[in-house]
Design a protein around this ligand. Structure first.
Ligand code: ADP
Ligand code: MG
Length: 655
């Protein structure tokens, strides 16, 4: 029986139950019914799906036509799945020869219906329940949170497919959806799923006799214009030109099936690439960058990879799913392949086609295949080289990429030891020598280093102003050493963990370290050494429970004191401290070094009070430490601060 006959039959038999047995064509529209069968069972959608449907149905979103892209891409996915199963020799209903697979769309402008039918993998009853109606399977939660986040700016519903809930977009245009499906599993029975999108669906015995799925859309009144072959063809041209299976509309074949990744780069236009990306990644945005390359050694491969327009992890709670499909000679081996790229490259979308893979490789074998590791290394280093070239040749474009996806590269630098050196070249920061908002890399930084400078310095803080205030940068301004600014904890984590780049130590400016510049030449301490020693000893005694060490600083110009962190940066010790609080371990608070500026009038004043044995010397010393702790971004006990401050005020006002 041809797909055609099936189509007509499924359409008509589900319309009226009486015709189910006879399967006679039934033209009388008046007899159309909605009950799937006598054994039909009504089931509720899960909560998130209900909320999602409510939004989809009631939105005034204008770009409703994208529903067709979603249904066609599902149909194409279903064909890919059956092709794969056939490839690895699974027993399936109806065979999986790729030339037999395809998608047929029928438009009935009298009945106001539209049917998208495929002969792909189909669904069993359990799969229908699991895939269409259950939250566990879908990104409905993330999509809802994306919608909530964009409530004020008219959210882009066409992103729905990216969240893995594309099917529900059908309800933008449908008052009712009827699915007839027969799974490729030889044991399965035909099923029928019907819903008006209002909280529940009915599940019953289906009428489909050939493997596959047809989805019949009963168009809403305001979508009636879609019941025309012409408008459907236009929509397909716009969104679904690159479906890798033939698509026909009322029996007219319309798309060109192309594996553009195996073509020569010169033969593909920018528009074709962008369209391919949108279809393939189910995306609506323009890719930020693309890389199309082939290689002959050590493996023979062709790859077409895209960096999406936006970082989806910012919208949802979930990690971005892998987005690279593995092919062998244009045959899909594995979708969303886990091992083809390291975890931190999960945002990359595209295709890797490798001739050297055995076609019938199983998923288990794929997991630990040495071949795949080799492939992973090849593709990853090519991507890293691509970004390095992009940064060199088109820094604006690179920075746009960095703003959106830099966080993944940082994750890579922290976790991917194999590619770390290459990744370090790609990191970007603001610095004391860039204008606000302008970025620099480690290599440029090294090029600017004066001969006397031995290390790479960075300072962390919530923003530029926060970093530039306070005692830490004084010495660097004085010595004209550049300081990188880091605004996120992950930056410090990465830089401290790496330890050095091109043999230059990476140091946080608040770290206690010998490689710090000092002022000995330009601004040596003026207080006599013996006197300073006494002051230091006294301070050590007064602050002995609060700091590890007190010493005369060689780095302070304007500030009276600075607190240095031993072995790590303050932002990291803050992080460790909060982690140890969570874990119930003792914190590491007293591991700091207080450096004092004996040229500063505050220290000279404290010294006078100390010699006079004035009890106020203690208060002043404690306040000095509290101020230094605050400048270090550490949390201080507000009660201590307030008591000390009041004492200071009383003292100042009584004079
Ligand atoms: P996604 O395609 O991202 O998984 P959808 O909401 O579009 O999300 O589809 C949900 C699931 O329903 C699919 O993953 C698939 O398992 C199933 N499905 C949808 N359409 C079809 C179809 N035509 N044939 C077989 N399965 C389908
Ligand atoms: Mg889909």
């Amino acid at each position: 029986m041809s797909e055609d006959t099936i189509l007509r039959e499924t359409q008509e038999t589900q319309e009226t139950q009486e015709t189910q047995e006879t399967q006679e064509p039934q033209a009388d529209q008046a007899t159309r019914g909605t009950e799937p069968s006598a054994q039909a069972e009504k089931r509720e959608f899960q909560t998130e799906i209900r909320q999602l449907l409510d939004i989809v149905i009631h939105s005034l979103y204008t770009n409703k036509e994208i529903f067709l892209r979603e249904l066609i891409s599902n149909a194409a996915d279903a064909c890919e799945k059956i092709r794969y199963l056939a490839l690895i020799g699974e027993e399936i209903r109806g065979g999986g020869e790729s030339h037999d697979l395809g998608i047929k769309i029928t438009v009935d402008d009298k009945a106001n219906t539209l049917t998208i039918s495929d002969n792909g993998i189909g669904m069993t009853r359990e799969e229908l329940i699991e895939n269409l109606g259950t939250i566990a399977h879908s990104g409905s939660k993330s999509f809802l949170s994306y919608l909530a986040e964009h409530r004020d700016q008219a959210p882009d519903l066409s992103l729905i497919g990216q969240f893995g809930v594309g099917f529900y977009s059908a309800f933008m245009v449908a008052q009712k959806v009827v699915i007839q499906t027969l799974s490729g599993d030889p044991e399965a029975e035909a099923c029928c799923w019907i819903s008006e999108g209002l909280g529940s669906y009915t599940l019953g015995t289906g009428t489909r006799q050939e493997r596959g799925t047809s989805i019949e859309i009963w168009l809403k009144e305001d979508a009636a214009h879609l019941a025309s072959a012409e408008s459907i063809k236009l929509i397909i041209n716009k969104y679904s030109n690159f479906v890798p299976y033939p698509v026909s509309v009322n029996d007219e074949k319309i798309n060109t099936v192309e594996a553009i990744w195996v073509k020569n780069r010169k033969e593909v236009t920018d528009e074709e690439y962008a369209e391919f990306y949108k279809f393939f990644a189910g995306a609506y945005d323009e890719p930020i960058a693309r890389l199309h390359f082939s290689s002959d050694a050590p493996l023979s491969l062709q790859a077409l990879l895209f960096v999406p327009g936006s970082n989806m992890e910012r919208f949802g709670f979930n990690r971005t799913e892998r987005g690279v499909n593995l092919f062998c000679k244009k045959v899909l081996i594995q979708e969303k392949c886990e091992n083809i790229l390291p975890e931190w490259l999960r945002f990359v979308r595209g295709i890797v086609d490798c001739e050297d893979l055995p076609l019938n490789i199983s998923r288990e074998t794929l997991q630990d295949s040495a071949l795949l590791q080799k492939l992973n290394r090849m593709v990853t280093s090519r991507l890293l080289k691509f970004w390095e070239e992009l940064a060199r040749d088109d820094s604006k474009k690179y920075e746009a990429f960095w703003q959106e996806f830099g966080v993944f590269l940082k994750e890579g630098a922290a976790t991917d030891f194999v590619n770390r050196q290459e990744l370090l070249k790609l990191l970007r920061f603001e610095s004391s020598m860039t204008d606000p908002g302008e970025l620099t890399g480690l290599d440029e930084y090294i090029d600017r280093m004066p001969d006397s400078q031995k290390a790479i310095y960075f300072a962390s803080g919530p923003n530029r102003e926060g970093i530039e205030q306070g005692p830490y940068l004084e010495i660097f301004r004085e010595s004209h050493y550049e300081v990188l600014y880091t605004y996120q904890t992950i930056d410090d984590y990465v830089l401290l963990n790496i330890g050095s780049y091109k043999e230059k130590p990476l140091l946080s400016v608040d770290q206690e370290n010998e490689e710090m510049p000092d002022l000995d030449a330009t601004n040596p301490p003026r207080m006599e050494e013996a006197k300073a020693d006494q002051l230091v000893d006294w301070l050590k005694e007064v602050l002995k429970d609060k700091v590890k060490e007190v010493r005369v600083s060689k780095r302070l110009v304007e500030s009276p004191a600075v607190l240095l962190s031993v072995g790590t940066s303050h932002s990291m010790s803050r992080l460790y401290q909060s982690m140890s609080e969570v874990a119930g371990l003792p914190g590491n608070a007293f591991n700091d070094v207080l450096e004092i500026n004996t040229n500063h009038e505050v220290l000279q004043g404290i010294d006078r009070l100390r010699i006079d044995e004035d009890p106020f010397a203690r208060t002043a010393a404690e306040q000095l430490l509290i101020a230094a702790q605050m400048a270090a971004g550490l949390s201080v006990d507000p009660r201590l601060l307030v008591t000390g401050l009041n004492e200071l005020l009383a003292k100042a006002l009584s004079n």
